[in-house]
Design a protein around this ligand. Structure first.
Ligand code: C2E
Ligand code: MG
Ligand code: MG
Ligand code: MG
Length: 282
């Protein structure tokens, strides 16, 4: 009886595995189709200059508005996309969208914003990211200097990213290290890369309280950025006390719910046109 029960359990387990694999296959198929059908969307989160209070740029963040699954956040599809290679198509599509949006904002008479896009590790290390970006900016008629790529810290510090980063930077595209301070990267390796900005992760910003800023990870990243001549952008700023602490530490720019969540392009335009500094300049 015990043996039969064991076999049953194995069968149930195997069926569970098969169902999981089938569900995964379906997700990948739907996702691949979504890239071409308009189910994929780009939201833009404002980035605010902490000296002037002005919106100087935005980060492009992908969303999947699926007919069958509803709104899927990046956590629900980016990992699968990376594991299967669909991410290449997604990143290229997001870059093309971002360039077209820049063109549209320029044509609408907005001040020149910069758009940051996230790039996956494989897109950066396979070598043709720079070629793709060159084509996308040319097609849209925008200066590559208006674009920034965000490279996760662990990827930038790895052995395979340097050539891709240099090629993209050679076009004039800006390079930011995303979620800096969350990985154990080799600082000497980062020092050798042509970088523009470091982004402080929301988890490090969350630990900032008024009066307790000194000695924090944010403090260390800002000091490091200053000493390397890099701008520092804080992500996930939600509370006025965090903003005050970041300002006192000399942080250059910030994004987060305190300033604005990721929103459609039309909302960005309204925000920028309103023109008033977000949360008052220092
Ligand atoms: P990330 O690039 O570090 O993006 C920052 C995340 O913080 C975003 O999550 C954003 O919505 C969220 N965020 C914004 N304001 C706040 C805040 O005040 N507090 C907190 N705690 N979080 C805030 P999201 O949009 O879910 O994106 C998650 C990750 O997915 C991104 O992290 C990025 O690594 C990846 N991702 C998004 N779009 C793309 C894409 O087009 N291509 C690639 N390769 N990755 C993408
Ligand atoms: Mg990012
Ligand atoms: Mg980010
Ligand atoms: Mg980040």
């Amino acid at each position: 009886v015990a043996k039969a029960g064991g076999k049953d359990r194995v069968r149930v387990f195997e069926r569970g595995m098969r169902e999981e694999v089938a569900a995964q296959d379906e997700l990948v198929r739907d996702l691949r189709a979504a890239v071409g059908t308009g189910e994929l969307r780009v939201l833009y989160q404002p980035q605010v200059d902490l000296r002037s209070g002005a919106v100087t740029g935005v980060e492009a963040l992908a969303r999947w508005q699926s007919a069958t699954r509803g709104l899927v956040e990046p956590a629900g599809f980016i990992p699968v996309a990376e594991a299967t290679g669909v991410i290449d198509e997604i990143d290229d599509w997001v870059i093309a969208q971002a360039c077209a949006q820049l063109r549209a904002w320029d044509d609408a008479g907005l001040p020149p914003l910069r758009v940051a896009v996230n790039v996956s590790p494989r897109r950066l290390t396979t070598g043709d990211l720079a070629v793709g970006i060159a084509a996308a900016t040319r097609d849209a008629g925008v200066d590559p200097g208006r674009l920034e790529i965000e490279v996760p810290e662990a990827v930038a510090a790895g052995p395979d990213a340097a050539a891709g980063i240099r090629a993209v930077r050679a076009l004039g595209v800006h390079v930011a290290i995303d979620d800096f301070g969350t990985g154990a990267s080799s600082l000497s390796r980062l020092q050798d890369l042509p970088l523009d900005r470091l982004k402080i992760d929301p988890s490090s910003v969350a630990l900032l309280a008024a009066g307790a800023a000194a000695g924090s990870v944010a403090d260390a990243v800002i000091a490091l950025g200053n000493s390397l001549g890099l701008q520092v952008v804080a992500e996930g700023v939600e509370q006025p006390a965090q903003l005050a602490a970041l300002r006192s530490l000399g942080c250059d720019a910030a994004q987060g719910h305190l300033f604005g969540s990721p929103v459609p392009a039309a909302t960005v335009e309204r925000l920028v046109r309103a023109g008033r500094p977000l949360l008052g300049a220092a």
